[in-house]
Every structure is written in structure tokens, then in C-alpha cells.
Design a protein around this ligand. Structure first.
Ligand code: SF4
Length: 319
């Protein structure tokens, strides 16, 4: 798991605004290794989905990547035009969204949709595409006899399995899963996450798993990146970050999530005071300082960079 499939360097995404520009993502760098599941975690507005959208070239205008580089193996992809990106999206990088209904056409059978996606990206005959589509359904635990069923004939969990089959159908190397189980019951959520994990392991595909839930991070990911107000607060192996969190925001997120994996199911849950700042009202210095019990003068005045590629907090600046 040493080679990188994706490298993001100093990514900055902005939205023009009447008073200048709003910075949605600022100076974010990370890599995803082959076969790895990297989690992005943080509250709403942290920049998780925006980072995913930048990678797959789907930032809603007028937003745009103002600075930084995104590399898919040895190909720089942040400067590709729409046409060139279409060859990558769905083929080398695919996406699983929170609501399966937004990814599925309600008027077409799931079989047709699978065949269309496969033939769009792979040079195979209709027959071969059908064979692959059937095998894909079987792989995600759906009876291939339901090939001609419509999306509304499936439960929420089964529909998300169809979406996973669609996302994997062109054999992508990287899957961006944006809150893929948030709309599902807890037991179905665990099954879908387990399935995603198993399939990616079997195919040596990498996953960026976007979630607000530290419990999902604990169960599913190899490494985790904690985002706050469009910047990386902390990044590292999941085991290390969960059991020895350094950034006060990471500690707050863990302490506020009831989870067997995190070992706090019986303890009184913590609540991080305040809320994620709006983009047009970002605090000076460390954006977390109004909510941080450790904030010092320096935190209000100067923004900490990511120290030792690990944590962005002045508490660790002197080693
Ligand atoms: Fe808290 Fe300061 Fe660290 Fe920000 S830099 S998390 S305000 S201690």
C-alpha cells in the first residue's frame, strides 16, 4: 500500500463574492495510497465534500480551483477540460453519493443503467457488458434475476448497493464515497460499509470516504483527515488519530461520538461549543479558536500550518 493513486498539493478552492472571494478550501495537501481507505471527517461546512468535488472536477460554478495541483498517478487532472475529464470520471474515479436516487434514473431498469455505464467506459460488446452487469449485481449481493427491476422496486439499502455496483462497474482505481450510508438504518449502514470495504480490498481500489461520523471512520478507514473550515486540522493513521488525537477539534469530535469502537458508549458525551464558522465570517488566526478551550493570543493572530504533516495547532509548535 505504498504507491499513491492520488496526490493533492496545496489545494485552494474559492467562490467569487461581492466583497472579494470566499475561500472554501485552503492549502489542503494529502495523498491516497493504492488500496487505501482514507476518511474525511468534520462537521457540515468543513470542506469535505468540496474537496471531493474538486478531485472529480465537479465544483459548482462560480467556484473554482484557484491554486494547487491534483495528480491521479502521473497525470495532472486539475487542468483538464470537460471533455478530457469525462474520460476519467466514472472510469478511473467514480463517486457514490448519499442519496442513491440522485445517481439512478427512475425511468430505466438498473440493468440498462449498468450496461450503459460499462459501455461508456469500457470497450466491450453488449453481451459482455450484460455479463459484467449481472456479475456486478451478484457481487454487491443483489439477485441478478432483478436485472430488469426499476430503482423504486428496491429498499434504500439495496438501492445503495446498486449505486456501488454502478460505481465499480468500470473498474475505477479511486472511489469517492460522500456520506454513502447517512440515509440508511444503522444495521444496513454497517452492511453497506462492509461491502464497500470488501470490494475495494478485492480490487485493490482506493476510497475517499466522506463522513461526519467518527464511528464510521473508526469502523472503515485506514487513515483519516480531519477538516475544519476548509483546512486540514489533523491527518494520520486512523488507529493513531482515534486513540491519541492531538488537535482539540479532533478530540472534541471523538468525545462527542457515541461508538463501541471509540470506547465511549457508556460515558457522558461531550459537546463542542459553538458552530462551524461561515465562509464569509472566518475567524482570524486558527479558525477553531473561538471554540477552543486551549486558545492563546497566538491562535487569534496567526494561523498554524500543518506541523510535521500531522496536526495544525500551535500547541505542538515547539515539538
Ligand atoms: Fe486551539 Fe490554538 Fe490549537 Fe487552534 S491553534 S486548535 S485555537 S490551541
Amino acid at each position: 500500500m505504498s504507491e499513491s493513486i492520488l496526490r493533492v498539493q496545496n489545494l485552494r478552492v474559492v467562490f467569487p463574492h461581492r466583497h472579494g472571494e470566499l475561500v472554501a478550501i485552503d492549502d489542503v495537501s494529502f495523498e491516497v495510497k493504492k488500496g487505501e481507505i482514507l476518511g474525511f471527517v468534520g462537521e457540515s461546512g468543513a470542506g469535505k465534500s468540496m474537496t471531493g468535488a474538486a478531485i472529480i472536477g465537479l465544483i459548482d460554478p462560480p467556484g473554482y480551483v484557484e491554486q494547487g495541483e491534483i495528480w491521479l498517478e502521473d497525470q495532472r487532472i486539475d487542468q483538464l477540460d470537460m471533455r478530457a475529464f469525462t474520460k476519467i470520471r466514472g472510469r478511473r474515479i467514480s463517486m457514490v453519493f448519499q442519496d442513491p436516487l440522485t445517481s439512478l434514473n427512475p425511468l430505466r431498469t438498473i440493468g440498462d443503467q449498468l450496461i450503459e455505464t460499462i459501455q461508456m467506459h469500457l470497450p466491450v460488446s453488449q453481451e459482455e457488458a450484460k455479463r459484467k452487469a449481472m456479475a456486478g449485481l451478484e457481487e454487491v449481493g443483489i439477485d441478478p434475476a432483478r436485472f430488469n427491476a426499476y430503482p423504486h422496486e428496491f429498499s434504500g439499502g439495496m438501492r445503495q448497493r446498486v449505486v456501488i455496483a454502478l460505481a465499480l462497474s468500470a473498474e475505477p482505481e479511486l472511489i469517492i464515497a460522500d456520506e454513502p450510508t447517512t440515509a440508511l438504518d444503522v444495521s444496513v449502514q454497517a452492511q453497506v460499509l462492509e461491502l464497500l470495504k470488501k470490494l475495494c480490498r478485492e480490487r485493490n481500489a482506493s476510497v475517499i470516504l466522506i463522513t461526519h461520523d467518527m464511528g464510521v471512520i473508526a469502523e472503515t478507514t485506514d487513515r483519516v483527515a480531519v477538516l475544519y473550515a476548509g483546512r486540514l486540522a489533523e491527518i494520520g493513521p486512523t488507529e493513531k488519530v482515534l486513540h491519541q488525537p492531538e488537535h482539540p477539534y479532533t478530540r472534541g469530535l471523538i468525545a462527542s461520538t457515541p461508538s463501541v469502537e471509540l470506547g465511549n458508549i457508556d460515558t457522558e458525551l461531550f459537546q463542542i461549543e459553538g458552530a462551524m464558522p461561515r465562509l464569509d465570517a472566518l475567524p482570524t488566526g486558527c479558525a477553531f479558536h473561538p471554540r477552543c478551550e486551549h486558545a492563546q493570543d497566538r491562535c487569534v493572530e496567526q494561523r498554524p500550518d500543518l506541523l510535521q504533516e500531522r496536526v495544525a495547532c500551535w500547541l505542538y509548535a515547539d515539538g
